[in-house]
Design a protein around this ligand. Structure first.
Ligand code: GRF
Length: 201
């Protein structure tokens, strides 16, 4: 499975993917890491030939940035494109170009808490459970079909930071598990239902 990773920050999800590949738990290769932040730590995790970054603010125009990144992603010939801590909204043209093989990991039990600050919002809402979701990307933010989720109980004394810290390793396992599935079966989506080798799961 040829994986392109979009990342804006520290890249712990990318690290988990690279470790899973190195350990033989994931039959895949990371063909490129793409970022809207030239200083993103994630970029340092692969060799220079597999890195692409452009300061999105310098370009100004969302469509122009998306087109440039889209061309770079397409040139790496990925089977799957994974948003792993990619913090910039992808425009409709980018999503249409890669739809069906573009996924995101989001730190909440979607459809609860789309968008930012999910840990704080889960606590504010008094949620008994929190978690993370891997989902197909559609133009509407964090609204595409959910492929898989991981959940954990919220503790009385949790803060946004403790919740994020307990969730992160579960996120890593979830993302690697979904990619391992995609490496061994045709993973797709139709009308909100996830299909494995064409069968509903
Ligand atoms: C993760 O919590 C991910 O779910 C969210 O941003 C964080 C990225 O972490 N979208 P990292 O950059 O992979 O360490």
């Amino acid at each position: 499975l040829r994986i392109a990773v979009l990342a804006s920050g520290r890249g712990s999800n990318l690290r988990a993917i690279l470790d899973a590949i190195a350990d033989g738990r994931l039959d895949a290769q990371v063909v490129g890491v793409f970022s809207d932040k030239p200083a993103a730590a994630a970029l340092e995790m692969v060799d220079a030939g597999r890195r692409w970054a452009m300061d999105a603010r310098a370009l100004g125009d969302r469509a122009a940035f998306d087109a440039a990144m889209g061309d770079a992603v397409a040139a790496s010939a990925p089977d799957w494109i994974v948003c792993a801590g990619y913090m910039r909204i992808l425009g409709p043209a980018f999503v249409a170009r890669f739809r069906g093989r573009l996924i995101n990991i989001h730190p909440s039990l979607l459809p609860r808490h789309r968008g930012l600050h999910t840990h704080a919002r889960a606590l504010q809402a008094g949620d008994a459970e929190h978690g993370a979701s891997v989902h197909f990307v559609i133009p509407e933010l964090d609204a595409g079909t959910v492929i898989a989720q991981v959940r954990l109980p919220v503790r009385q004394d949790d803060t946004p930071d403790t919740l994020a810290e307990r969730l992160l390793p579960l996120e890593h396992r979830l993302l690697c598990a979904v990619l391992a599935l995609a490496a061994h079966a045709a993973l797709s989506e139709q009308d909100g239902t996830v299909l494995l080798d064409g069968q509903a799961v």
